[in-house]
Design a protein around this ligand. Structure first.
Ligand SMILES: [Mg+2]
Length: 201
């Protein structure tokens, strides 16, 4: 990954549920480091998410290694790691490399076989690319209204536009936008997620 592409996610997906064993296989991935807030669950939420728990369990059952890498407080990360049945840490200091290295060491895999999955470009994706990992950006589950987050989202949108991705907030999306999910039936149903979002490596 050249320095100029450190802010370029390898793949953009609508939701973590698009990360399936087939997706892992197609990209030569054996493990995931997972952001928590707005990636797995809505920002700040403690509400149980059985769909996310089932998703994580299914991937683990299929032999993939998962690890929670969160910038949330240690206590919040600990509670969610326990609920989801994953190892992991809070206060990870993303995008800085130290906890990415520890996460890779915990899953026991080389960086190129592990994807960092997160909703933020300047923490999750930047740090993942910096660490030599595959990077998956997912759309944030919820909008949190903190002023610095709004600014960050605007900057993310500018960067992603440069790479040919339309990153409009969910509520502003229109029918003319690139569809994020294929129709339930029809030729697009088998489309590779990569090809739906502009340029990907
Ligand atoms: Mg996040």
């Amino acid at each position: 990954m050249s320095r100029t592409h450190l802010l370029r996610p390898r793949v953009i997906l609508p939701h973590i549920h698009d990360i399936t064993p087939d997706f892992m296989e197609a990209h030569g991935l054996k493990g995931l480091l997972l952001d928590l807030d707005n990636t797995l669950i809505p920002y700040g939420s403690y509400e149980e998410r059985t769909d996310v728990t089932a998703w994580a369990r299914d991937l683990q059952t299929a032999g993939y290694a998962l690890y929670l890498l969160s910038n949330a407080t240690r206590e919040r990360a600990r509670i969610w790691a326990q609920r989801l049945g994953l190892p992991g840490v809070g206060l990870a200091g993303k995008p800085f490399a130290r906890e990415y290295r520890r996460g890779l060491s915990a899953v026991g895999l080389p960086a190129h076989q592990v994807a960092m999955v997160g909703d933020q470009l300047f923490t999750d994706v930047l740090g993942g690319n910096w660490s030599g990992m595959f990077t998956v950006m997912v759309r944030p589950i919820s909008d949190n209204a903190l002023p610095h987050t709004r600014l960050t989202r605007r900057l993310e949108r500018l960067v992603l536009k440069r790479y040919g991705h339309d990153w409009a907030p969910r509520k502003a999306r229109t029918g003319t936008d690139t569809p994020l999910t294929p129709p339930p039936e029809g030729p697009d149903a088998t489309i590779n997620p990569d090809s739906r979002h502009g340029r990907n490596d």
